[in-house]
Write a protein that binds this ligand. Structure first.
Ligand SMILES: *[C@@H]1O[C@H](CO)[C@@H](O)[C@H](O)[C@H]1NC(C)=O
Ligand SMILES: *[C@@H]1O[C@H](CO)[C@@H](O)[C@H](O)[C@H]1NC(C)=O
Ligand SMILES: *[C@@H]1O[C@H](CO)[C@@H](O)[C@H](O)[C@H]1NC(C)=O
Length: 977
């Protein structure tokens, strides 16, 4: 035992040490004695926070939050004092001074006295510095000073202290417990935080019924309009927004009117310092419901110009005193395309809107009013048709509602005054299926697309649709953290690093960071393959017949659940709640739903094999359906029902794009004594076949060879087809093939009704070439069947290194190349955990120009085939990315054995505002599969691959020489020698 415990201690010390060094670099506060003499807070003291009484309201308010945060952490609230020059309070035991440069005399005096350096942030957007200052004022020995370049810069500086002392931005919305401290000291340091990477960063509360709406209804006193999204609701939202270092919100709009429902909403947002916008179809700071309720006449520019102009003006008049980012342009009534708008009329609308804004805001330069035009759906077509959009309007590009960017800025668009941005989805109502239930986001996919967007110059606005907000905490935080500081997200492994930092912040234990990253990365991989709502679609997502795909997918989910449950079990009670909400719940609930559908598919398969265990699977499906409801109840019972019923979104039994009214059990089959000819109690089936023998013809197993993928299995299943008991025995007609469970007794009903017999081959004794082995399965009652096993002893000649064909395919994960060139500053990078199986490989940097096979670096894959094939298929499994630069569609090229390079464009061209042909087939399984046909001789080969655009991401390559079988994820990775 001794060596084991010694090692454990060493590991613990190491992780503590790395945690301390990691935080010491950027943080101004420490929690251990001996590192600083300046105690800011302890269990019997919390600091005064002085704010100039003339400073921004938002700073005064956020200082109050920080004061309470000290109470949350040390047990004593801080005290906010509004100070004016004539009346400086007496010196408290410890002091924080906070304010905006140019607005706070407290700060400006420190600057002019040479005590505080602000030159590196002054005049910048939302920057701040936090500094230890000696003798800041007469009689005050020292203070921690937070100086912002503007209102929000200062607020972010205050919340940075909150976060450092242990209050998560999610302390309320995800129940992350504040991390208690005994003592808090200030280091003699200065922290400089420059402007955020993206100027306007925020989220859109959308598709908020039934979940968020029915949660809010009993909790917030309804507005005059009967709506639950009241001033009290939005105060919680504004605080969250700022604590997440975001600054911009599109408010809830399904039947709600932000400015009308609660007239305090507009002024409150402004007091907090949050910028309000409206969604893509709600121009001029007015909600869609206002278009229906407040506009005289139809929402149709051509037919109702005068009244709509007035409607626009009222919107601007109402919002003019608040920090507002105006959505411009127009769409049809009710979030759809307008039947009458043309690009000429849209140009006119923009002119009218700008004239109104200039007039109402009383500015000489319209560029001083933040405006955006969202090129969502059909709107992009007007732009492509040549519509002039003033330079002072930010072009807000969008994804395809499924996380794949439709467009990034062209180089000739990057010098537009108001720049460009992205509207991105983590939740969606629409085809192919709405996804509104729980988190279905692969974080590294978000990174890949948003990093690209950023590098291409979309830096003015990032806004994410977060649905009901609540189960999307993680993708939302990740997105906003990137937008705040892209310098921490420049490399493909930055997402994993981010998850670790995030896990430590929320759950406090450095020791779980690695595992949390593993959980979220694996979850991303499993969910990107198919969203829950799409699992009811036929044909079923995962193949029961081929590659044991369906069974393997359940196993992956089970392993993931074990991992997540293990971490949960090791956490103290108080962090279990947020861990459950954000990490364990999606894994548990997700696994339950996936297993429900897979067992439904297996139930139908077993039914055709006439197994009595069909009924057990039917029961499992029923149980899983019940468990799904219990898991929802478990979530709803957290924190004494704080979140009830926020997860009441239906999610099982979708039959078309929109949600079913209630979760619905899938149809399951039952093994009945009546209808099925059984041919006796014993049944034998082989992998990949829905038949069973005796009765059906004697089965032939899938072939075996020495180069089967390491994780591939070969087996036959023996089972009961009727109630009763029988004994069986399996005998091979040769000794180089052996089977597990070669004899036994099976009984139905009961758990011991089926058994799997795995096949092993002693290749040293098997004959060369193809031979046929008989595996006789005989029951004691005289029933018998003989399964035939093709044994194919191949051998690779010479000194070949690479992947070897088995069963007519070679399958290689993209990152397992034999060689990757570097050339003219270009190289390939692996994006860990990207896509559906292992990772993705892409050209780097993402700002690279279009390439040709002669200019691009080359990836080389080495493989060996035994079969020659005149129409071999080269199958390239790609990410779901789109032609985001229509002038540079995604392309790759390949060649075999140094032959001519074949260039392939995997995603068809498409007019802007539409999705390409085949889009659903790519979006549903989470990637494009691009197929080319080549002539291939048997032997060892080199496949060269060139990715010609940085938007192309390869996940996996399959060479099909005749053996490829239908499946979602493709064959298992081949054997490598
Ligand atoms: C801090 O102040 C708040 C608001 O007044 C109060 O609810 C809370 O109990 C106080 N906390 C402590 C630790 O005194
Ligand atoms: C515009 O509003 C007026 C009332 O102010 C109304 O009489 C008129 O019908 C409206 N115009 C249209 C085209 O609906
Ligand atoms: C901007 O660049 C794109 C892509 O290269 C091109 O299609 C478009 O015509 C250019 N626009 C102008 C105004 O030059």
């Amino acid at each position: 035992m001794a060596p084991i415990s010694t090692r454990l201690v060493a590991v613990a010390v190491l992780s503590l040490w790395s945690c301390l060094t990691a935080s010491a670099q950027s943080d101004t506060l420490v929690f251990k004695s001996g590192l600083s003499d300046y105690k800011l807070a302890s269990h019997n003291n919390a600091p005064d926070i002085w704010v100039d009484s003339a400073d921004f309201k938002g700073i005064r308010r956020a200082a109050g939050d920080l004061a309470l945060d000290f109470g949350r952490v040390v047990g004593i609230n801080g005290t906010v004092r509004l100070v004016d020059d004539s009346d400086i309070p007496s010196s408290p035991p410890s002091l924080i001074i906070a304010g905006a440069i140019g607005k706070s005399a407290l700060i400006d005096d420190l600057v002019s006295a040479g005590k505080l350096k602000v030159s590196d942030i002054e005049g910048k957007w939302e920057a701040y510095t936090t500094a230890f200052v000696k003798s800041p004022l007469k009689g005050v020995p020292w203070a921690l000073v937070v100086a912002g370049s503007d209102q929000r810069g200062t607020i972010f500086g205050l919340y940075d202290i909150s976060e450092q002392i242990g209050v998560s931005p999610w302390y309320w919305w995800a129940d992350v417990p504040p991390k208690r401290k005994i003592n808090i000291w200030v280091q003699e340091k200065r922290k400089i935080q420059g402007s955020p990477s993206v100027k306007y960063r925020g989220f859109f509360i959308n598709d908020e019924a039934p979940a968020l709406t029915s949660w809010a209804e009993p909790r917030f006193k309804r507005t005059a309009n009967g709506r639950p999204f009241t001033a009290e609701f939005y105060k919680l939202i504004f605080e969250l927004c700022l604590r997440l270092r975001a600054n911009y919100i599109w408010p809830a709009m399904w039947g709600s009117m932000f400015y009308v429902d609660s007239p305090e909403n507009g002024p409150n947002a402004d007091d907090y310092g949050v910028v309000i916008g409206t969604s893509h179809h709600e121009p001029m700071a007015r909600a869609e419901t206002e278009q229906q309720q407040k506009l005289e006449g139809p929402w149709d520019w051509i037919g109702n110009k005068k009244n709509i102009t007035e409607f626009f003006r009222e919107g601007a008049e109402r919002a003019k005193d608040y920090d507002t980012l105006y959505t411009m342009g127009m769409r049809g009534a009710g979030d759809v395309e307008s039947p009458t708008l043309t690009f000429e009329s849209l140009e006119e609308i923009l002119k009218v809107q700008q004239t109104i804004l200039k007039d109402v805001m009383n500015v000489s330069d319209i560029g001083d009013v933040p405006q955006t035009w969202v090129l969502y759906k059909e709107v992009g077509r007007y732009y492509q048709a040549g519509m002039e959009v003033p330079d002072t309007v930010t072009l807000l590009w969008t994804d395809d509602n499924a996380g794949n960017l439709l467009r990034t800025p062209f180089i000739n668009e990057t010098d537009r005054e108001a720049g460009a941005g992205v509207y991105y989805h983590f939740d969606y109502v629409g085809a192919p299926r709405s996804y509104k239930w729980i988190n279905t986001i692969q974080l590294v996919k978000t990174w890949e697309q948003m990093h690209l967007a950023y590098e291409k110059g979309a830096r003015e606005i990032w806004i994410a649709n977060v649905g009901d907000l609540k189960p999307l905490e993680i993708p939302m935080t990740h997105f906003l953290d990137m937008a705040y500081d892209m310098s921490k997200h420049t490399t493909p492994d930055s997402t994993t690093e981010w998850i670790k930092r995030w896990a430590i912040r929320e759950f406090g234990k450095p020791s779980i960071a690695e595992k949390t990253a593993q959980i979220l990365n694996t979850y991303g991989k499993l969910i990107v393959r198919r969203k829950y709502e799409l699992l009811s679609r036929q044909p079923f997502a995962y193949s029961v017949a081929n590659y044991d795909e369906a069974e393997r997918v359940i196993e992956e989910w089970s392993d993931l659940l074990d991992l997540a449950q293990g971490v949960y079990n090791g956490l103290p009670q108080e962090t279990r709640t947020p861990f459950f909400e954000m990490v364990l719940h999606p894994v548990l609930a997700g696994k339950t739903v996936v297993e429900l559908y897979i067992k439904t598919a297996l139930n139908s398969w077993y039914y055709s094999q006439r197994r009595t265990s069909t009924d057990r699977l039917a029961k499992d499906v029923n149980d899983l359906f019940a468990q799904d409801a219990e898991i929802t109840e478990r979530y709803h019972s957290l924190e004494d029902g704080k979140w009830d019923p926020i997860l009441n979104q239906t999610h099982i039994g979708y039959t078309f794009w929109n949600e079913p009214p209630a979760n619905t059990m899938p149809n399951v089959s039952y093994h009945t004594t009546k209808n099925v000819p059984r041919s006796g109690i014993m049944g034998v089936s082989v992998q990949g076949s829905s038949k069973s023998s005796p009765g059906d013809p004697a089965p032939t197993l899938l072939p075996v060879d020495p180069y089967m993928p390491p994780s591939e299995r070969r087996y036959l299943d023996i089972f009961t087809r009727d109630n009763g008991t029988f004994s069986y025995k399996i005998t091979a007609n040769t000794s180089y093939v052996t089977v597990s469970n070669s004899k036994g007794t099976l009984t139905a009903p009961g758990e011991k009704s089926d058994i799997r017999s795995r096949i092993s081959v002693d290749w040293s004794r098997a004959p060369k070439g193809l031979s046929w082995v008989g595996l006789k399965v005989a029951a004691a009652n005289g029933q018998a069947t003989t399964a035939v096993l093709p044994v194919n002893k191949t051998s690779v000649p010479g000194k070949f290194h690479g992947y070897v064909e088995s069963g007519g395919v070679v399958s290689i994960e993209a990152e397992h190349y034999a060689d990757a060139e570097k050339k003219s500053g270009l190289s390939y990078t692996t994006v860990p955990h990207y896509g559906r199986t292992l990772s993705g490989v892409k050209l780097w940097p993402v700002t690279a120009d279009s390439q040709t096979p002669s200019s691009a670096p080359k990836l080389t894959y080495s493989f060996h085939t035994f079969n020659s094939c005149n129409s071999a298929r080269v199958m390239v499994f790609l990410g779901a990315t789109l032609n985001h630069d229509p002038s540079r569609p995604l392309k790759y090229a390949f060649s075999i054995d140094g032959g001519d390079a074949v260039t392939v464009q995997p995603v068809p061209n498409t007019p802007m505002g539409s999705v390409p042909d085949g889009w659903e087939d790519a979006v549903i399984p989470g990637g494009w599969t691009s197929i080319s046909t080549v002539k291939l001789s048997s032997g060892s080969h080199k496949l060269s691959l060139w990715l010609l655009e940085p938007g192309v991401i390869v996940q996996k390559l399959v060479i099909d020489v005749g053996g490829f079988k239908e499946s979602s994820l493709g064959p298992l990775e081949s054997y490598k020698i």
